[in-house]
Write a protein that binds this ligand. Structure first.
Ligand SMILES: Cc1cc2nc3c(=O)[nH]c(=O)nc-3n(C[C@H](O)[C@H](O)[C@H](O)COP(=O)(O)O)c2cc1C
Length: 351
């Protein structure tokens, strides 16, 4: 953990979580957050989809919903940043309060409901240039009756300014959204999104799908089959969970919304492991959910992740966490005799 966050973190955690987040975004955007020296060891580099990631640790969707701070977050040491979720039209999201810290459980529950400034504002910010790898995560407006048209519109607007595009059908906070993870709805959605991306972008960017942790065996098999059939470039496993493990201690545990952080680590890693097995390691996976240390990131990589993302533990440990994870990861790779992250991907499946 970086020293300045040791001082400021406890004060931020006294504030309402959304107010603290807004304050953090303002401070980052104003250049007020100290920039550490990046930790990019050669063994952490990974090439994927024609992109050269300086390290495999990314900032997952939801932190920078409106593409306000992707540059300062890259400067904190992240190998890539995903902005969004972005919808066609701006929307306010659900009533506040809608983010809850579960400190005893090192977890967060959110029911934001895709609050964002809309695709045109985000496109304008992304078009001003990117000093690293930036992905765009797409959502649909709550009131929209044509989900496909929404995803196509956001893909058309953002694909020219993003290094990769994610179709997010796994947020628990937009009614009906997760039903789009079924076999036929997925095919009906991903085909047109791919078509529009081929049309608008100079070279076709990678198209990824972000999946929920709360899937049946049949759901997972269907998603793997669709991903292979449509030559999807990647899967992100996983979004937040609607499950509430019995182990949760915080009084906020029954708030509605998606649970993230420590209690999500095991279930999301198991879904990741299943998806690697079901896709026979043919589709690059991004592992996300409960990552707090180099060991956690390494476990995701061994289970099948080519890249790893995190969000919730930034709340508890601050942005210095990313360099700490990368340093620990180098040691763990070395200890097990891997010369690079790439060699370790999916290694659990080979032992
Ligand atoms: C406050 C908050 C907002 C989020 N918003 C989004 C979002 O807009 N789109 C999305 O795909 N995921 C969103 N997520 C999910 C994260 O990207 C991530 O998948 C999840 O939190 C699990 O990772 P973590 O345990 O490291 O937080 C959000 C998570 C949190 C905590």
């Amino acid at each position: 953990m970086s020293g300045w966050y040791d001082c400021i973190g406890p004060f931020l955690r006294l504030l309402d979580p959304e107010a603290a987040h807004r304050m953090g975004i303002r401070a980052l955007a104003a250049g007020l957050v100290p920039q550490p020296e990046r930790y990019d060891d050669a063994c952490l580099r990974i090439s994927l989809w024609g992109l050269d990631f300086p390290n495999p640790i990314g900032l997952s969707a939801g932190f920078d919903k409106n593409a306000e701070v992707f540059t300062p977050m890259l400067a904190q040491g992240f190998g890539f940043v995903e902005v969004g979720s972005v919808t066609p039209r701006p929307q306010l999201g659900n009533a506040k309060p809608r983010i809850f810290r579960l400190s005893e459980d090192e977890a967060v529950i959110n029911r934001l409901g895709f609050n964002n400034e809309g695709m045109h504002k985000v496109a304008e910010r992304l078009s001003q240039g990117r000093l690293g790898i930036v992905g765009a995560n797409l959502g649909k407006n709550k009131e929209s009756t044509d989900a496909i048209a929404d995803y196509v519109a956001v893909a058309e607007t953002l694909a020219p300014f993003a290094d990769y595009v994610v179709v997010n059908v796994s947020s628990p906070n937009t009614p009906g959204l997760r039903a789009l993870q079924g076999k036929e709805p997925l095919k009906a959605l991903l085909g047109p999104v791919r078509e529009v991306m081929n049309r608008v972008a100079s070279q076709s960017q990678p198209l990824l799908l972000n999946i929920a942790p709360d899937l049946t065996e049949e759901d997972k098999a269907d998603i793997a089959a669709v991903a292979l059939e449509l030559n999807l470039d990647g899967l992100i496993a996983t979004n937040t969970t609607i499950e509430r493990p019995d182990t949760l201690k915080s009084k906020r545990r029954n708030e509605m919304g998606g649970l993230s952080g420590r209690p999500l680590f095991s279930p999301s890693t198991e879904v990741l492991r299943d998806m690697y097995r079901l896709t026979e390691g043919k589709i690059p996976l991004i592992g996300v959910g409960g990552v707090a240390s180099g060991w956690d990131a390494y476990a995701k990589i061994r289970a099948g992740a080519s890249l790893v993302q995190l969000y919730s533990f930034l709340v508890y440990q601050g942005p210095g966490l990313v360099n700490q994870i990368n340093q620990e990861l180098v040691k763990l790779l070395f200890k097990d005799g891997f010369a690079s992250v790439t060699e370790a991907i999916g290694s659990d499946h080979r032992s």
